[in-house]
Design a protein around this ligand. Sequence first.
Ligand code: PGA
Length: 252
Amino acid sequence: MIRFYMEKDYDAMSYRAASFIAAQVLAKPTSVLGLATGSTPIGMYNELAKKCADKKITFKAVRTVNLDEYYGLSPEHDQSYRYFMNKNFFDKIDIDKANTNVPNGQNPDPVAECARYDALIDSFGGIDLQLLGIGRDGHIGFNEPGDAFIGNTNYVKLTEDTIDANSRFFASADDVPRYALTTGIRAIMQAKKILMVVNGEAKAKVLEEAFFGPITPANPASILQLHADVVVCGDAPAMAYIAEKHPEVLEK
Ligand code: PGA
């Protein structure tokens, strides 16, 4: 089942998304959360940090696995995803950092790192709730559009579109790493629940195609149509095409 929540703006989207994660952690304090970076979830992470500061939830027994990491950046690099997660979330909540995991972008053997990461996720018994954003090209994690879905954690070359989209965070496009490590489709699809957050009109078309178009590796997010429990939480501009073409699917 896929449920679509259209919220009026970014703050309302963030609040709604945070309430889903909070419910997960309340229902199962030992949850394994699959987490994501990007500009979209920052507001949601802030909401969760507030709930934690107010003692409404605790992350003390939660374990996390992040979706992806740039290859070649150290954890201290201010554009690495480990740095992002510490700054935007882990440093603001009561989680034990030892329970937080991000692929190691500095492992000299990226293929071995991918295998290590899959084994780690499997050793946790998989993911209870996977948070996802969606790229302008339909990517989830760094699973970029291609000829085939890739199951395992993999070492990928980033597309020009992703390099362009992410260059806003670097001094120039030349500084954006060309390769990344990303959880594959298997761990994502095996997650018990999926929460996708999406904001802004630039995502409206790819989002509608992902959930109402063909299931194709040309739009990696489209595979989520095969998942049994997906919540899509978007602001009004991101949900515009879905609201226009399929108004009946929106939650009231
Ligand atoms: P964004 O990235 O939240 O910065 O738009 C989402 C993604 O690329 O998955």
